[in-house]
Write a protein that binds this ligand. Structure first.
Ligand code: ZN
Length: 599
């Protein structure tokens, strides 16, 4: 997301905010020493590991690892974007941003709020007609037939749009809402000929779509006669973007957060029926295809990392080879596939078979890779070598998209077992299949994560952050290019960037600069590492780091010289060349020895 609010303004808002007050609106904080603690709202726990530091204005959960500034807290809790969170905190801290909005020429907060109010009142208008108006009778009957009860009608604010060309427009006129704003909210369409507008939704059962903050941002309308399309959605508006909306998220978010998992469905009534039966962690995607542009995944990532997807039995085979689903894997979700018997959609199934049987289906959901392997085995002739190879390719193409190397390797092992393939053979196949360089790169990254280099690089970053005066020395003696871990490198770059701009770098400023959840997590892990926090002799620690990096480089160079020597010997260079290289090699070795003794 493009950050339209200047950095200085963000810092000002953060400084002015009362993080304790804001977080207290959601959970009960208790003071413990300098900090406040609570049961974490982002994972289930019995003893509090969620900590807020009012001085630094940061929070951190030592249970699940979530952490950040008040903005990150709101983003996660409310499912809002960064800019939205900043605006909310500004409002709570009485900082006026209206001038900024206008300057940037974007839709002002005031105008957006106005459109939300219009959407909200349209939702209430349709709802009232459904409940109390004679015109809504047919829609009420339809809902009764589908066994959607009164409580659900109320909870999801279902409504009815009457069969007329300007019912909503006239109702709005009485309240001085101009037609052009109705158009902006996606509720009215300009007439092709002549002036004026007409209602977009006519004679439809209305499903208002709420965002995580319970604001109506769009509508889905189901035809009650044989009009087409059967389902009509709001067009793209400043409020409504199909690809980042999840139907039911307003009612499901708390439960999803607690359970750290979500049931993903495709229909409005599926979600309503699930909730009606107490399965309140179900939401629906808008539209049928999950595609790369779908920002709702980003949104969902803030709540959980485990997705259970429902497939129609008929379409399962087809969908198993749908590459679009790989996006869940790429984004690091655990994906499971639940299947219902043929001819059932989740809504029908819950109505006829009950919630328990439905939950049994959820619990029996198959891991996506097992599901893919199963489908591949049906699709290809597994008795032939070529068939088997094709089946393996089907599954591996997805496995290779897993961002975590360790998990990926475990998965390959499992697939080998499930597909009854020798693991070694599978890995040989994998080598042919996959671009080798990326594999090697990933393997190196994985190894680094746990070795001494990683530890040293983390400590170095901590020192730069906790003692800004050391930054010039770090740049001079070590240099940023020494960060071999790409995440740590990116963070270090931001730190230096801020330092050059302002001479002072605070952790929270770095967090604001980064738009990446994973980087934020890495940074929070570093600044909250106990052993780092206990460091009192920053200068000495930096010397130790410098020493470490020198030794590491020397080793690297020695290795390179050795390789070069061997190559030279092989291709039969002159004796002189070899002597020079060997000399170089010994010098490097000696240097390492000296460095070793110093430490
Ligand atoms: Zn937690």
């Amino acid at each position: 997301m493009v950050n339209l609010i200047p950095q200085e303004k963000i810092s000002e808002i953060q400084q002015a905010s009362d993080i304790i007050q804001i977080i207290s609106e959601y959970i009960t904080l208790r003071q413990r020493g300098k900090n406040f603690v609570a049961l974490c709202p982002f994972h289930s726990e019995k003893t509090p590991s969620f900590t807020v530091n009012p001085e630094k204005k940061l929070f951190k959960c030592f249970g699940c690892g979530e952490g950040g500034t008040v903005f990150q807290f709101l983003m996660k809790q409310e499912g809002m974007g960064f800019v939205e969170a900043v605006k909310l905190v500004a409002a709570k801290s009485h900082i006026d941003l209206s001038r900024l909005d206008n300057q940037k020429g974007s839709l002002s907060l005031a105008e957006k709020t106005r459109l939300i109010n219009i959407s909200d009142s349209a939702a209430r208008y349709y709802h009232k007609i459904l409940l109390h108006n004679e015109q809504g009778r047919f829609a009420r009957e339809y809902l009764r037939k589908r066994q959607i009860n009164d409580q659900s009608i109320k909870n999801f604010c279902l409504g009815y749009s009457p069969d007329g060309w300007d019912t909503l427009i006239r109702a709005c006129k009485e309240r001085n809402i101009p037609e052009n704003l109705l158009e902006k909210a996606g509720l009215a369409i300009p007439k092709k000929e002549g002036n004026g507008y007409y209602d977009r939704f006519r004679n439809r059962l209305m499903f208002p779509i709420f965002n995580a903050r319970k604001q109506a941002i769009g509508f889905g309308g189901r035809a009650l006669d044989d009009s087409l399309p059967k389902y009509l959605n709001s067009p793209e508006t400043v409020l409504f973007n199909k690809s980042n909306v999840l139907y039911g998220i307003d009612r499901a978010k708390n439960s999803i957060l607690k359970q750290r998992k979500v049931i993903l469905m495709e229909g409005y009534t599926d979600v309503i029926m699930a909730h009606q039966h107490g399965i309140d962690w179900a939401v629906a995607v808008m539209g049928t295809a999950v595609s790369k542009q779908d920002q709702f995944l980003q949104h969902l990532r803030q709540y959980c990392n485990h997705v259970i997807l429902f497939f129609d039995a008929d379409a399962a085979g087809l969908k198993s080879s749908d590459r679009n689903l790989d996006i869940f894997i790429e984004k690091g979700f655990d994906l499971e596939i639940a299947q219902l018997p043929a001819d059932f959609d989740p809504c029908d199934f819950i109505v006829t078979e009950g919630a328990d049987k439905f939950l049994a289906c959820v619990n029996n959901a198959k891991d996506f890779f097992s599901f893919k392997a199963e489908m591949a085995a049906i699709k290809w002739d597994m008795s032939t070598i070529q068939g088997k190879a094709n089946a393996i390719n089907d599954v591996l193409s997805t496995v290779m998209k897993m961002p975590d190397v360790i998990e990926r390797n475990l998965q390959i092992k499992r697939i080998a077992e499930e597909m009854a393939i020798d693991e070694h053979a599978l890995r040989v196949h994998l080598k042919k299949f996959n671009n080798q360089t990326s594999l090697v790169q990933n393997r190196q990254d994985a190894k680094l994560r746990f070795d001494a280099s990683f530890t040293a690089e983390r400590e170095l970053l901590y020192l730069m952050l906790s003692c800004n005066e050391l930054i010039p020395k770090v740049l001079e003696e070590i240099g940023l290019e020494e960060f071999s871990n790409s995440s740590l490198f990116k963070i270090a770059q931001k730190v230096v960037e801020l330092y050059h701009k302002k001479n002072v770098v605070r952790e929270e400023d770095v967090l604001h600069l980064m738009d990446d959840v994973q980087l934020n997590k890495t940074l929070m892990d570093i600044v909250t590492t106990r052993e780092f926090q206990n460091i009192t002799n920053q200068g000495e620690r930096l010397e130790a780091c410098i020493h470490f990096f020198r030794r590491r480089n020397c080793k690297k160079e020695r290795h390179q010289t050795k390789e070069k020597t061997l190559k030279t010997v092989k291709i039969g260079s002159t004796e002189e060349d070899i002597v020079v290289l060997l000399d170089e090699f010994h010098k490097k070795s000696k240097h390492i020895h000296i460095l070793k003794n110093k430490s």
